[in-house]
Design a protein around this ligand. Structure first.
Ligand SMILES: NC(=O)c1ccc[n+]([C@@H]2O[C@H](COP(=O)([O-])OP(=O)(O)OC[C@H]3O[C@@H](n4cnc5c(N)ncnc54)[C@H](OP(=O)(O)O)[C@@H]3O)[C@@H](O)[C@H]2O)c1
Length: 353
């Protein structure tokens, strides 16, 4: 464990410049900067050693110059930020001691000075349960972190899913989709997922317990594929991609059912111009379409844990991660995510303790 006050050569990953076309690995650079592992005197900051970083598709949007209220763009030349698990090396905050394991927003660098530690949480909740799956810190943060919480909020709060309903999930083998499928089965729904490779389709059917799955890249007619999987129509669509898939889903929704707009990964590259052109079907079928942001629901976190922990203890939640080793592999890990190269939750291991 690095000592408080030590000088280190801190490896960092940053954006070279704003990206206006399809992102590439070369948009990012990895370099080193000297850093003293000490919080400024009198401050409430925390210095952390970063262990695991989460790669999320929303990070693509932060590489654009344009900002909005929810998504503030990265600053070229400064380390990009995201969710991660870290170990506290020095702390001026009464909430964190040296050596604490924390998760929250951190920098893509080996060590970060976190001046606003309000966004950090201890990870002791999962670690207090002596279960094999929870012994690995990197797994625990993602089980208890943003992606699974997003699946929970979207499925139960936005879609109000009930036993017996028929559910369709896109990007189903990803961090969020795999859990929506799991929650659907735990609730007694019939669930079908789509993904972009045979390997992922096998995973959906054989590991994540989906009732059926298909490879959308091999389907010439998405409407026909959905009619094959849902002869009676869809009650709930958990949308992670938008574009042509959403168009096909609108043709197959049952009357007065619902769609949760969780993400639109097919639109995240700025050279993509896919747009849904048949929204009229949503009117004719009186479909309720609701977008949501997990950040609005963090107050439900204790309830989420109450729901999740028993299922984990019973071994009913299986979770697959795709790990890149080291910050040097960070640019390609982010790139893989947008190309469907990841199988399961994509993360970067900065350091294994
Ligand atoms: N609303 C919220 O609060 C919230 C919070 C977090 C994330 N999200 C959103 O939820 C969605 C899923 O996130 P995640 O973390 O679970 O990502 P993920 O599934 O781990 O990774 C993205 C996956 O999307 C698929 N994909 C990429 N480009 C695509 C395209 N053009 N068309 C169709 N599929 C494509 C790829 O899988 P395939 O091989 O299957 O194509 C890829 O593996 C994202 O859109 C994300 O932005 C929303």
């Amino acid at each position: 464990m690095e000592k408080r006050g030590a000088m280190v050569s801190n490896k960092q990953m940053s954006l070279r410049d704003y990206v206006s076309c399809y992102p590439t690995v070369d948009d990012m650079e990895v370099r080193r900067e000297e850093m003293k592992l000490e919080v400024p005197r009198g401050s409430k900051a925390v210095v952390v050693k970063n262990l695991y970083l989460s790669c999320d598709t929303y990070m693509r949007l932060l590489r654009n110059r344009t900002a909005d209220e929810l998504l503030k763009p990265y600053t070229p030349g400064s380390p990009i930020t995201g969710f991660g698990v870290s170990r506290s090396v020095d702390s001026g905050s009464p909430n964190f001691r040296v050596g604490d394991l924390v998760w929250g927003t951190t920098g893509w660098e080996e060590f970060s000075l976190i001046t606003n530690p309000e966004g950090l949480e201890h990870t002791d909740v999962p670690l207090s349960y002596s279960l094999g799956i929870l012994a690995d810190n990197c797994c625990s943060v993602f089980l208890f972190g943003m992606p699974v919480m997003t699946s929970y909020v979207g499925f139960y709060k936005v879609c109000s899913a009930k036993k017996g309903e028929i559910v369709f999930v896109s990007a189903a083998a990803g961090a969020i989709g795999q859990n929506v499928g799991r929650f659907a089965k735990l609730t007694g729904c019939y669930v079908v997922g789509c993904a972009g490779s045979k390997e992922k389709v096998d995973l959906l059917k054989n590991t994540f317990g989906f009732d059926d799955a298909f490879n959308y890249k091999e389907e010439r007619d998405l409407d026909a594929a959905l009619k094959r999987c849902f002869p009676e129509g869809i009650d709930i669509y958990f949308n992670n991609v938008e574009g042509k898939m959403l168009e096909a889903v609108l043709l197959n929704m049952k009357v007065r059912h619902r769609i949760a707009l969780c993400g639109m990964v097919s639109l995240y590259s700025s050279d993509s111009h896919e747009r849904v052109i048949n929204l009229m079907h949503a009117i004719c079928k009186r479909v309720r379409i609701e977008g949501f942001a997990v950040y609005d629901h963090f107050a439900a976190y204790p309830k989420f844990l109450e729901f999740l922990l028993p299922h984990i203890r019973e071994g009913k939640i299986v979770y697959i991660e795709d790990t890149a080793e080291g910050l040097d592999d960070g640019p390609s890990a982010l790139f893989r995510l947008l190309n469907g190269g990841n199988v399961g939750k994509q993360l970067v291991v900065v350091a294994r303790e």
